[in-house]
Design a binder for this molecule. Structure first.
Ligand SMILES: NC(=O)c1ccc[n+]([C@@H]2O[C@H](COP(=O)([O-])OP(=O)(O)OC[C@H]3O[C@@H](n4cnc5c(N)ncnc54)[C@H](OP(=O)(O)O)[C@@H]3O)[C@@H](O)[C@H]2O)c1
Length: 302
């Protein structure tokens, strides 16, 4: 059983360090202890035995899981694989954490909701996912909650980074290569800059409010944590282009608003899935900035 480390660096295992969020977490968690970071294929979340072996070898005091099957449309045709990665693997992490007394931070999604509430979702609202991705992520939350132990599940939304193939980079690319760009104006949520989410996550670990493991016991549970405020994808895209320091490279003059029904996709997405983050803000005295401000900071790193 792990006890609070008093005189040795905290042993942290980060899984998924090449993803949008994981890449940022590797940078914010590194100063906090002895960080081991791994990703596919060194650890394969669809291989339960292999995953257990990696977790047991590392013996972390804190597991941070930033890995997931995030291909929302592809998941419709690979439900078993998505379930293994998004539901079974987090359950294994929770079991291993429980067995050793370690803490677990896991991330989930606004896509567990059907988007019909018409107001930002609370943690107490009943999920009703519309897609395989949403169902498997919900199953992952439930696995962790069922196993118990010291866990924080952070549900977030519309994560973007200035690396990889994020929505922001796609909009910047389309604006430079097309004269007409249409974005849906009826899908609404809170854009969340991966770096800011990683910063806030690191603050949860370093907070001096008592010992880490006690804190994770006291505050364990599910919290919403996303960029403050909300917008449509169309409004988000407009703001991206407004903030682009290289507007002279744009081929497109104005974005065109469109409707979700005009862009049929294999997976259904919730239309209004903004998250109310008041519980997180009150509990941890931390908050994510307004989405437009975070986007400005992100775009300044271009
Ligand atoms: N992106 C969003 O808009 C969004 C919204 C709400 C919630 N979230 C949640 O936030 C978290 C982070 O999302 P993200 O956007 O950073 O995701 P991401 O960029 O797609 O990264 C996912 C990571 O998981 C890894 N991974 C995939 N399959 C794996 C496997 N079988 N074994 C080991 N690793 C595997 C990927 O590795 P490879 O790169 O090698 O495939 C990648 O490093 C996830 O829990 C996601 O569900 C994301």
């Amino acid at each position: 059983m792990i006890t609070q480390p008093s005189n040795h660096p905290l042993r942290i295992l980060l899984i998924g360090n090449t993803g949008q969020l994981g890449w940022e977490l590797e940078r914010t968690l590194t100063p906090l202890g002895e960080l081991q970071a791994c990703d596919y294929p060194n650890v394969d979340l669809s291989d339960a035995d292999g995953l257990r072996q990696v977790l047991r070898q590392c013996k972390p005091e804190l597991f941070v899981n930033a890995a997931a099957y995030t291909a929302v449309d592809r998941a419709e045709s690979e439900p078993e694989l998505a379930h293994a990665i998004n539901a079974i693997a987090p359950g294994i992490m929770a079991e291993e954490a429980l067995d050793t007394g370690a803490a677990l931070i896991h991330f989930s999604t606004d896509y567990v909701f059907d988007g019909l509430k018409g107001a930002p979702y609370l943690e107490t609202d009943t999920p009703n996912p519309l897609s395989v991705y949403g169902r498997t992520k919900l199953a992952g939350e439930q696995e962790i909650q069922h196993i118990g132990g010291r866990y924080l599940i952070l549900r977030t939304s519309w994560v973007y980074s200035m690396r990889r193939d994020s929505f922001v980079n796609k909009v910047l690319g389309w604006a430079r290569s097309q004269t007409e760009v249409k974005l849906v104006s009826d899908q609404i949520s809170g854009p969340t800059w991966a770096r800011m989410l990683a910063e806030v996550t690191a603050h949860l670990v370093t907070s001096d409010a008592g010992d880490l493991l006690d804190r994770f016991s006291e505050y364990r549970g599910l919290y919403h944590l996303a960029g403050s405020g909300y917008c449509s994808r169309y409004e988000w895209g407009q703001e991206v282009l407004r903030l682009d320091p290289h507007k002279n490279e744009h081929m497109v003059k104005h974005l065109q608003p469109a409707l979700t029904v005009d862009f049929p996709t294999p997976a259904r997405r919730p239309l209004f899935s903004a998250l109310n983050c008041d519980l997180f803000n009150r509990t941890f005295h931390l908050q994510m900035p307004e989405w437009k401000f975070a986007l400005k900071l992100a775009m300044e790193s271009l």
